[in-house]
Design a protein around this ligand. Structure first.
Ligand SMILES: Nc1nc2c(ncn2[C@@H]2O[C@H](COP(=O)(O)OP(=O)(O)O)[C@@H](O)[C@H]2O)c(=O)[nH]1
Ligand SMILES: [Mg+2]
Length: 327
């Protein structure tokens, strides 16, 4: 595949410059690149598969990108950091290959037992990975948070510079240059993408698929994700509640399905304090009701969703509750 050769003396900088230039050309008119990728796919004998992990600091758009790559919603997203609490595996499938794409919580400096747990989950997902995708935000400076994550990654990682829909061409070029200088990933490949619009995502997917080694089919054909249905439902409810949550509330909300007897489903919404309960329930139950209606749109027709809000004091700091919630 492209440019991941071995470095001669002084070759690294030139190679990085090449990589940046290539990435800049990729967004529009990466057709040759695509042909090459498809060509090499055609020559393959046997099945290829592997694990693709998506990492980055919180809120850069990892989950949105994973959903876009898989063309289906496997992971919930929101404007507040640390939305993703578990390792979510989605299956990227095509002719002769299967990639297991792992969305992770953002790696960050932890402030609670939950935060520590999220870091452990993300770091654990880095073992035995065939392709690492580091997501950075095109619209905000590469910072210590990005360098911290990059330091855990193999040199030949893939860097997705996301949110290009909001970046000017100059800003994007600057960001590509800075990413190649500051992340310390000598053999990285760079892809400007917009997880929101889908721009550049096909090129990224082709590249990733091209890097999958020979391997078995890990999941039955047609599998979309490996998240248990009940857990996924809780996540869909939490996603809707995050839309109305402000300040510290997003971290305090957890959802768990306590009865699963389709079409009847009972889902508990945990918060940490009475004052938060009032916000989540809303005046006359309006907030909870709206969240239920919105979540039901992603559920099978006729699902009866019973939402109950409960106060579980300071659960975020209690390892036993975190464990019970499946995080
Ligand atoms: N403008 C823009 N916003 C994006 C893009 N990708 C993600 N976002 C937004 O960034 C926020 C964080 O996204 P999310 O996928 O939850 O980030 P994560 O914490 O890295 O998984 C959400 O509000 C997304 O809608 C993008 O390509 N463009
Ligand atoms: Mg996420």
């Amino acid at each position: 595949m492209t440019g991941s050769g071995q470095g001669g003396a002084g070759g690294h900088d030139a190679k990085r410059a090449d990589a940046v230039e290539m990435a800049a050309g990729r967004l529009h008119g990466g057709a040759a690149e695509l042909d090459a990728a498809q060509g090499s796919l055609g020559e393959l004998a046997g099945f290829r598969s592997g694990f693709v992990t998506v990492v980055g600091r919180p809120n850069v758009g990892k989950s949105t990108l994973v959903n876009r790559m898989l063309r289906t919603k496997v992971s919930i997203t929101s404007a507040s950091p640390n939305t993703t609490r578990t390792r979510v595996r989605g299956i990227l499938e095509g002719d002769g290959y299967q990639g297991v794409v792992v969305d992770t919580p953002g790696i960050h400096r932890p402030r609670s037992a939950l935060g520590e747990r999220l870091n452990e989950t993300a770091s654990a997902a880095l073992h035995d990975v065939d392709v690492c995708i580091l997501v950075v935000d095109a619209t905000s400076a590469i910072g210590p948070g990005d360098r911290y994550v990059a330091a855990c990654l193999p040199d030949a990682s893939v860097v997705a510079v996301n949110k290009v829909d909001r970046a000017s061409p100059t800003q994007l070029l600057g960001q590509l240059a800075r990413a190649s200088e500051e992340l310390g990933l000598e053999r990285a490949e760079y892809f400007p993408v917009s997880a929101r619009t889908g721009d550049g995502v096909a090129e990224l997917v082709d590249h990733v698929v091209g890097r999958l080694p020979p391997g078995p089919r890990y999941y039955p054909a047609g599998t979309v994700h490996d998240v248990p249905e009940a857990f996924h439902l809780g996540e869909l409810v939490r996603e809707q509640l995050l839309r109305v949550a402000r300040e510290e509330l997003p971290h305090s909300i957890a959802c768990r399905v306590t009865e699963w007897d389709p079409p009847y489903v009972r889902c508990e919404v945990l918060v940490e304090r009475e004052s938060q309960k009032a916000i989540v329930v809303g005046r006359g139950g309006s907030v909870l009701k709206a969240a239920g209606i919105a979540a039901r749109r992603s559920l099978p027709e006729g699902t009866y969703l019973d939402l109950v809000v409960k106060v579980e004091r300071d659960w975020q700091r209690r390892p036993d509750v975190i464990e019970r919630l499946g995080y």
